[in-house]
Design a protein around this ligand. Structure first.
Ligand code: DMJ
Length: 602
């Protein structure tokens, strides 16, 4: 028996049959190209899009990996070279070298020689709105302790820089006459000893919450971690708070932790230009820029100075201060500014500004201006270059960025891009009224205070004119006197509120320095709005996505640490009538609201 005949095999050349359209196969290059093209055309749109996406993704990924590994390799080589030269850094408290900066002393409480200040003295008044808070300075006697202690510090040799500074007696800047502090003195011992009498009561009182937090810092806060951190954020939030807590508690635990962290952040400064990278691994010591650029943000590299300078002053280790002062010096001399206004980016390779021609007081530039003034105050008003840069910038703001909205004529700070004015203002800019008021308090022209008041009103309106009573992240002002337009417009993408502090921060300064109770009332309204729209019943607060919809503000389940560190702290201070509590003549608040002492006023 023969098996039945097999069915004929299925045709295998169906692709060429179905795609041939009558053209002959000749295996030539042009035929193969045409054939591939036809196969491509045969694919569905989705298939083609997926393939295109994959090709684009792999190309970009390959390019980025290449750039990233080149950067890391460069950073590693610089670190190795550096270590070969100087030996590795040893974390931990260093022996007390002669401190490089003056010991903090109670600032001159008598502002008689600063005429502008007199008009800023808070008035006594009956407070409306907010409830009474029992906030008092830990012990009024602390001032004596500080001054008495400072007297023991006299007679020490001052380093050259301090001597230079002491020569300057009067700084005059377009009508402002500012008498700097004189006779900067150096401590003969470590700063820990020199500050031990600042807050005698606070240092002996045992507050359970503080003891618990201290225990956590002592046992759990460990920086020996293989993790990338942002230099700026770690400095203003963690280093700033450790230094501040050291001053307020007198416990050296916090200074030791601060120095450990400071040492771990230092590799960020090992760049060709000495402009620090944005990120550093605090475990491996390898620093790098963000993945997409070798640039750093101008506000970030110029807003770490208060903290690093203070760390040097306290430990006597100069490298912290030297690293950040080098950045200040460098940025001071750079071209690309416009009447004191700075661009937003700076190259860590060349040290030059990049993305020239765009100027804002908002994100990426904001705290550059804040730290010019605050460093000048921190150093006892002796570093004239900082003051000059600040004063020039305020003039630049007035000339290029200041306009009034319609119809209510709110004064606001816009942006400039290649000569084109944009009426866009970030909520971040609302730090400015407070900074201007602080400058006026420290002797700068009275019109700074007038501008501060006008901008404060605007920032308040950015909150009040929203349906939730809370400001969006960004607003656009109407500048055309037409129709029934409102002053403040908000784009859908900008409707979120991240619980930011800037408005209430400025309200604190304005209230402290003018005594006008309306600022407390405004702050109280904002606090009520936070409570109504951002408070979570089970505990805590949350950023929201839509400040225009009180029925559905869309909580994001995220509370930034600056809500506790800044927003609530400034509200707390705003509602206190004790102007001696963390006095603005004795302390300067870093950009994360951590108070650091003003060094000296003789
Ligand atoms: C804070 O972390 C700092 O004030 C920083 O300078 C910019 N603003 C945020 C909070 O909004």
């Amino acid at each position: 028996m023969y098996p039945p005949p097999l069915p004929p095999p299925p045709p295998r050349d169906f692709i060429s049959v179905t795609l041939s359209f009558g053209e002959g196969y000749d295996n030539s290059k042009s035929w193969r190209r045409r054939s591939c093209w036809r196969k491509w055309k045969q694919l569905s749109r989705l298939q083609r899009n997926v393939i295109l996406f994959l090709v684009a993704f792999l190309t970009i990924y390959g390019l980025l990996s290449y750039i990233n590994s080149a950067n890391r390799w460069e950073a590693l080589s610089v670190k190795l070279l550096e270590e070969r030269r100087t030996g590795p850094e040893i974390p931990g408290l260093k022996p007390a070298n002669p401190p490089v900066l003056p010991v903090p002393q109670k600032a001159d409480a008598n502002p008689a020689h600063l005429p502008e200040i007199l008009s800023q003295t808070p008035r006594k008044h009956l407070r409306r709105g907010p409830p009474s808070l029992q906030i008092r300075a830990p012990n009024k006697d602390w001032k004596l302790g500080w001054q008495g202690d400072a007297k023991q510090e006299t007679g020490e040799p001052a380093p050259a820089r301090q001597e230079e500074n002491a020569q300057t007696t009067v700084i005059s800047w377009r009508g402002a006459v500012i008498e700097p502090e004189r006779g900067t003195q150096l401590p003969s011992r470590r700063a820990e000893a020199s500050t031990k009498h600042i807050y005698p009561e606070a240092r002996t009182q045992k507050v359970p919450e503080f003891e618990e937090a201290k225990e956590w810092v002592s046992q759990k806060l460990d920086f020996e971690k293989d993790v990338d951190v942002n230099l700026f954020e770690s400095t203003i939030r963690i280093l700033g708070s450790l230094l501040s807590t050291y001053h307020l508690s007198g416990d050296s635990l916090f200074l030791k932790k601060a120095e450990d962290l400071g040492n771990r952040l230092m590799p960020a400064f090992r760049t060709p230009s000495k402009i620090p990278y944005s990120d550093v691994n605090i475990g491996t010591g390898i620093a790098h820029p963000p993945r997409w650029t070798s640039d750093s943000t101008v506000a970030e590299v110029t807003s770490i100075q208060l903290e690093f300078r203070e760390l040097s002053r306290l430990t006597g280790v100069k490298k912290f201060q030297e690293a950040v002062q080098e950045v200040t010096r460098h940025v001071h001399s750079l071209s690309g500014k416009k009447d004191g206004l700075v661009p937003m980016f700076i190259s860590t390779h060349s040290g030059l500004f990049t993305h020239l021609g765009v100027f804002t007081l908002g994100a990426r530039a904001d705290s550059y201006y804040e730290y010019l003034l605050k460093q000048w105050i921190q150093g006892g008003k002796t570093e004239t270059q900082l003051l000059e840069d600040y004063m020039e910038a305020v003039e630049g703001i007035k000339k290029h960025l200041l306009q009034q909205s319609q119809p209510s004529r709110l004064t606001f700070v816009g942006e400039l891009a290649h000569g084109q004015f944009s009426p866009k203002m970030d909520h971040l800019v609302c730090f400015l009224p407070g900074t201007l008021a602080l400058g006026a308090h420290h002797g700068l022209p009275a019109d700074h205070m007038e501008l501060a008041k006008a901008l404060m009103e605007t920032c308040y309106q950015m909150n009040r004119q929203m349906e939730t009573g809370l400001s969006p992240e960004i607003v656009h002002f109407n500048i055309y006197p037409q129709g029934r337009q409102k002053d403040v417009e908000v784009k859908p993408a900008d409707r979120h509120n991240l619980l930011r502090p800037e408005t209430v921060e400025s309200l604190f300064y304005l209230y402290r320095l003018t005594g006008d109770p309306k600022y407390q009332d405004w702050g109280w309204k904002i606090l009520q709005s936070f409570n109504t729209h951002t408070r979570i019943p089970s505990g805590g607060y949350s950023s929201i996505s839509n400040v225009r919809n009180p029925r559905k503000p869309e909580p994001r389940d995220k509370m930034e640490s600056f809500f506790l560190g800044e927003t609530l702290k400034y509200l707390y201070l705003l509602f206190s009538d004790d102007t001696e509590y963390l006095s603005l003549d004795s302390f300067v608040f870093n950009t994360e609201a951590h108070p650091l002492p003003i060094w000296t006023q003789a």
